[in-house]
Design a protein around this ligand. Structure first.
Ligand SMILES: NC(=O)c1ccc[n+]([C@@H]2O[C@H](COP(=O)([O-])OP(=O)(O)OC[C@H]3O[C@@H](n4cnc5c(N)ncnc54)[C@H](OP(=O)(O)O)[C@@H]3O)[C@@H](O)[C@H]2O)c1
Length: 217
């Protein structure tokens, strides 16, 4: 087996933390670099932590596969513009820098309903990110479109909690075209990213919530 190297952005987040644990245990990867704003309390022989200022980032690292779990909320970011920086501009910029440096695969968390023409700002931003990444023409691009992501989050997100409550309640009747609205756990999402990294070598792949849900234990 030819070993690979990975870059994770957003490794300190709910999904990113699970993904990092999975990749550190994954023999496919010889080294995992994470870009973080502040150090995380994990040390591992395969882990390289790089403290970066995402605004100033202008160089790439050696990584065959790039995983993007970056994201914020408009409330937390403080404005739509600040949200756009995190959810669109940073991933797009890192995607371009890494492609130029030879990365082969980009795996990114978008969201169900992502659409660059949407009247909803969040969905429009995610749609614009998907479009921008597609235009980069990575040899392999995997776009994950989860519905609500469940897990133990320290931060209080009331709107999200209410959404998860109702999505779980109606989950049994989310069938057919509505399956893509099923909430998923952050662990299942991370596992589906790891699986896609193993499975796909070329092409553009969209992974919906119901496909991600299959990784729920
Ligand atoms: N939550 C949901 O229900 C849901 C549903 C569909 C799609 N999504 C999408 O799924 C992705 C992952 O979500 P999640 O809930 O796992 O993420 P999360 O727990 O909110 O973590 C977000 C990550 O982004 C980083 N980040 C946030 N603001 C930043 C900034 N200004 N500069 C640099 N890094 C920043 C955080 O770093 P710090 O630790 O330094 O803050 C963290 O590593 C996001 O793109 C989100 O939009 C979420």
């Amino acid at each position: 087996m030819q070993q690979k190297t990975a870059l994770i952005i957003g490794a300190s987040g709910l999904t990113g933390q699970h993904l990092l644990e999975l990749l550190l245990d994954d023999p496919l990867y010889a080294r995992i670099t994470i870009y973080v704003r502040k150090p995380i309390h994990i040390s591992h022989p395969k882990l390289v932590q790089q403290i970066v200022d995402f605004e100033q980032l202008n160089s790439a690292i050696d990584a065959t596969d790039v995983f993007c779990c970056l994201g914020t909320t408009i409330k937390k970011a403080g404005s739509q513009d600040a949200f756009k920086q995190v959810d669109l501009i940073y991933p797009q910029k890192i995607g371009a820098l890494q492609l130029a440096a030879g990365s082969q695969k980009f795996l990114v968390i978008s969201a169900v309903g992502a659409d660059e023409r949407s009247s909803i700002f969040y969905s429009r931003t995610k749609g614009r990110l998907e479009k921008a990444l597609t235009l980069l023409r990575y040899p392999c691009l995997c776009i994950f479109r989860p519905s609500f992501i469940m897990g133990d989050r320290a931060e209080r997100r009331m709107g999200e909690k209410i959404g998860i409550f109702f999505a779980k309640l109606i989950s049994p009747i989310l069938v057919g075209p509505f399956k893509k609205y099923q909430p998923v756990s952050a662990l299942a999402l991370a596992a589906s990213m790891q699986h896609a990294a193993h499975q796909h070598t070329t092409g553009l792949h969209y992974i919906s919530s119901d496909e991600i849900k299959k990784f729920d234990l």
